[in-house]
Design a protein around this ligand. Structure first.
Ligand SMILES: [Ca+2]
Ligand SMILES: [Ca+2]
Ligand SMILES: [Ca+2]
Ligand SMILES: [Ca+2]
Length: 432
């Protein structure tokens, strides 16, 4: 007469809403199908023990957003750049074309500001890279409108946290659009990558020390305008693959750098969940099979008022890597793909463990619902329902860029969001 399994003692199939928690399947069952209470779709969504000093998974504990003005942010990161062991919020600003450090004091607040020299024009993309893990040699990467890839080292000097800007010698890659770095063509070697567009053609270039220049390059088939890229080891062996999302339509391409050439392993058809403009991609192993999985969000830039639903896409599409795919294959197929619901019009996505339970969670910044959503990963490829954290008042919040790090030194992740159209960053600090 076990009443927590698939067959209840009433001899009925166990279902969400019957008031009986089915072990291993449901986290809670409050006997109703109301989804804005503490138990939604038989997952716990609201937590009563936040602020007791620790995060007790499954709870997700983020406090109210605080606002810091920062002119025209177009990228954001969290890292200690001043050498005092307190994490700082680094913002790439269109205004003045600079990196700006909002210096953290270790409590979750930032006050002083220190800036880099002018970097170049039409900057796009910001990546924080550790070039020699695990001991650490951090730099920021960003791209310029004329196809240059810039490296700005972190000095750890409080008065001058950004070192001399180095420019990778480029092979005329057109308009720089997105940057990343990782073990792209060789295990154990961190290489910078630049996605660009030139003459109506998408391109990827990577730093090859044999040249040495940013002259390893290839055409990104079918993605004329890359929107975001990341490194992901989608088969879990060998070097990382390069995942690019972009237009036309909303496509996701997986590429491998083999023998100095770029091989297109797969390019998706248009992804309906992403509307017309894929804007964010994040990678990590969400289902515990040791192959990286990829989560993508996108948006509709101009809305038809007669079709408001289309203006408010609220989807994350997750593609699951395949550990059975050999590294020597010239093609690749994801195992499967699943859609998850998040806030309205997500523009940026992070895969990070927000509640320190060892499972990656998905965080999105949503430009129409003006909030941050956290989908709690269960480690098996499934996620709990999105929990929404409002970003507070503002004339036009429009959050577009996301980063995670520990600003209040409690070892739990905090989230920072940049809002270009309101010249602001918002900080959501963990409140265990
Ligand atoms: Ca691989
Ligand atoms: Ca996986
Ligand atoms: Ca987690
Ligand atoms: Ca924290």
């Amino acid at each position: 007469m076990i009443d927590t399994d698939a067959c209840t003692n009433a001899c009925l199939d166990a279902v969400c809403g019957d008031g009986i928690v089915q072990e291993g399947v449901e986290e809670c069952d409050d006997g109703n199908m109301v989804d804005d209470d503490a138990c939604a779709s038989c997952s716990i969504t609201m937590f009563s023990t936040c602020e007791n000093g620790q995060i007790d998974p499954p709870e997700i504990c983020l406090g109210q957003a605080t606002t810091v003005l920062s002119s025209q942010p177009i990228g954001v990161a969290i890292h200690d750049v001043t050498g005092d062991d307190n994490a700082d919020v680094i913002v790439l600003r269109q205004a003045g074309n600079r990196l700006v450090a909002h210096v953290g004091d270790g409590t979750g607040s930032v006050d002083d500001v220190t800036t880099s020299p002018t970097l170049g024009s039409s900057l796009r993309g910001l990546a924080l890279v550790d070039f020699t893990p695990p001991q650490g040699d951090f730099s920021f990467l960003t791209a310029t409108g004329d196809g240059k890839l810039l490296r700005i080292p972190v000095t750890g000097n409080a008065n001058d946290p950004f070192g001399s800007v180095a420019e990778y010698v480029s092979c005329n890659m057109g308009d720089g659009l997105a940057v990343a770095a990782g073990e792209a063509w060789s295990e154990g070697t961190v290489s910078p990558l630049l996605a660009s567009s030139s003459g109506g053609e998408g391109r990827l270039s990577w730093y090859d020390p044999a040249t040495p220049a940013l002259c390893g390059q290839g055409v990104v088939a079918e993605i004329a305008s890359p929107g975001a890229l990341t490194l992901a080891n989608v088969n879990g062996v060998g070097a990382h693959e390069v995942v690019i999302v972009g237009q036309p339509g909303a496509k996701l391409g997986v590429y491998r750098i083999m023998g100095g050439s770029l091989v297109a392993l797969s390019v998706s058809p248009n992804i309906p969940a992403l509307g017309s403009t894929p804007t964010g991609v994040a990678a990590g192993d969400f289902d515990g099979d040791a192959a990286d999985d990829v989560a993508v969000v996108g948006a509709v830039p101009s809305c038809d008022p007669l079709q408001p639903d289309a203006c408010m896409l609220s989807r994350i599409q997750v593609f699951f890597g395949d550990p059975a795919a050999p590294e020597t294959d010239m093609s690749f197929s994801f195992k499967s793909s699943v859609e998850f619901v998040t806030g309205k019009q997500p523009q940026a996505i992070l895969a990070v463990d927000v509640n320190a339970d060892g499972n990656l969670d998905l965080v999105t910044a949503n430009s129409v619902s003006d909030d941050v959503s956290v989908l709690r990963g269960r480690g098996d490829g499934t996620f709990g329902p999105a929990i929404h954290f409002p970003l507070g008042a503002g004339p036009s919040n429009d959050p577009r860029f996301l980063a995670a790090g520990d600003l209040n030194a409690d070892s739990y992740m905090d989230i920072v969001v940049a809002e270009q159209s309101w010249d602001a960053i918002r900080i959501l600090v963990s409140n265990p």
